[in-house]
Design a protein around this ligand. Structure first.
Ligand SMILES: Nc1ncnc2c1ncn2[C@@H]1O[C@H](COP(=O)(O)OP(=O)(O)OP(=O)(O)O)[C@@H](O)[C@H]1O
Length: 262
């Protein structure tokens, strides 16, 4: 299922949060949304998972305007992993994951054997079967994140929208989650802070700066030293990873010497 944003803008409190954002996520591809803090990544994603209504522009799912699709129907196609505070979840892990089945259930909301299997499978995929009976609030940040990914998978979506999915995860779990996301064969739009992980796991990167898309393309084309300096105000060398071949950045701890002042 393809996702398309066309000239999406959001104005709030008299401020333009994002300005004519246009980007496409072709079916089955993983697109990373990168950019500095406050550049508009979450705002963009919130429009896609319908937590926010754009002030202007169109968002389409396979050519259908999202705002014209009923919420329950769009929830069957599109799952979101958000940055919102989940401390309100005074439920067991199994219960939290089962919430992912809601868009597929009738008004009685009864869990079928199939629903239970889907939930178990989702927990297995994130390596969290052993947590099923734990209280969600007793989990560590990383465990919670994996359970929330399982909840999104239990929704059996075609499109996964993720706001910093690797937040709170140690490096092994960051890699596992992104590898899993790659293997799912879903259409994925994910805001990511780690440019090297984004370069490794994404087919394309869209770079946001001050609410505008300033670059869009394969990681190798997008992640140039010039762009990283211009957008993030950081100096970096761009190298090829010796094992994976992915383009990677080696950041300079200090700004380089200004040759003219020597
Ligand atoms: N409801 C709102 N009212 C006013 N300003 C807002 C609102 N929501 C977001 N903003 C501002 O819009 C800008 C973009 O925020 P957003 O959360 O989309 O950025 P981001 O790229 O996801 O940032 P981060 O990397 O820090 O998570 C920020 O300056 C933020 O303070």
């Amino acid at each position: 299922m393809r996702v398309e944003l066309n000239g999406v803008s959001v104005t709030a409190a008299g401020k333009q949060l994002i300005d004519e954002v246009s980007l496409g996520v072709p079916s089955g591809t993983v697109v990373g949304l990168v950019g500095p803090n406050g550049s508009g990544k979450s705002t963009t994603l919130r429009c896609v998972f319908r937590a926010l209504r754009p002030t202007a522009g169109r968002i389409e799912l396979d050519g259908r305007e999202l705002s014209g699709i009923r919420l329950k129907e769009s929830a069957r196609h599109l799952a979101a992993l958000t940055q919102d505070n989940h401390s309100e979840f005074d439920f067991t892990v199994a219960e939290v994951v089962s919430m992912g089945r809601t868009p597929h259930q009738g008004s009685l909301r009864a869990m079928s054997t199939m629903d239970q299997q889907v939930c178990e499978d989702a927990l297995r995929r994130v390596g969290a079967v052993g947590l099923a009976h734990r209280g969600f609030l007793t989990l560590s940040g990383g465990e919670r994140q994996r359970v929330l990914i399982a909840r999104a998978l239990a929704q059996q979506p075609s499109v996964l929208v993720m706001d910093e999915p690797t937040n709170h995860l140690d490096i092994r779990h960051q890699l596992e989650v992104l590898r899993l996301v790659r293997e799912l064969d879903l259409t994925v739009l994910a805001a990511l802070h780690d440019l090297n992980l984004a370069a490794t796991f994404c087919d394309r990167l869209c770079v946001l700066a001050d609410g505008r898309i300033v670059a869009d393309g394969p990681p190798r084309e997008v992640l140039t030293a010039e762009l990283v300096h211009q957008v993030f105000d950081v100096h970096a060398d761009v190298v090829d990873h010796p094992t994976t071949g992915a383009v990677q950045l080696l950041y300079h701890a200090q700004p380089p010497f200004d040759q003219d002042q020597e």
